[in-house]
Design a protein around this ligand. Structure first.
Ligand code: CMP
Length: 147
């Protein structure tokens, strides 16, 4: 069954010139890129997006990092999109990913536990929240970017 997930190429991925290769990987694995937008996040938006991490020690630093430069947000679609995109990006920590999942996006493009190049929704529930956080969905199911 067709499913959608939210992918983000984070600031280190964009500045490290990984955008094109990550998009190529996405398309080669059968995902359709339904929406994409190159945006600069501000502090309020990041705090809201990552609200579930607000009590963590790394939160302040995460907000600084995610506002440090532009990001590419994308809505990906295919069967089992949420789990398949998570599998493709690999474990959160690129240094561990290099050992356990050497062909994953984070192993190849990520720098460290924080600068891990990409984001993927962790469940279908998170995916719908995250997609509607960035894109407004019309009754036809078509998403367009919020102002
Ligand atoms: P992601 O899983 O996409 O969303 C939460 C982000 O917080 C995560 O990617 C990393 O960028 C960052 N993060 C998670 N755990 C840590 C940690 N222990 N230290 C620093 N950053 C982290």
């Amino acid at each position: 069954e067709t499913e959608r997930t939210l992918a983000i190429i984070k600031p280190d991925g964009v500045t490290g010139n990984h955008t094109n290769s990550v998009k190529e990987t996405i398309l080669n694995h059968g995902f359709r890129i339904k929406e994409e937008s190159f945006i600069q996040l501000d502090e309020d938006r990041v705090k809201c997006f990552y609200a579930e991490h607000s009590s963590r020690s790394f939160f302040r630093s995460l907000v600084e990092y995610m506002t440090s430069g532009p990001v590419l947000i994308m809505v990906l679609e295919k069967g089992n999109a949420v789990a398949d995109w998570r599998a493709l990006i690999g474990p959160t920590d690129p240094l561990k990913a290099k050992v356990t999942h050497p062909h994953s996006v984070r192993a190849i493009c990520g720098l460290n536990l924080q600068k891990n190049c990409v984001h993927g929704s962790d469940s279908p529930q998170s995916a719908s929240r995250e997609i509607s956080f960035f894109f407004k969905t019309t009754s036809s199911g078509h998403a367009s970017k919020h102002d």
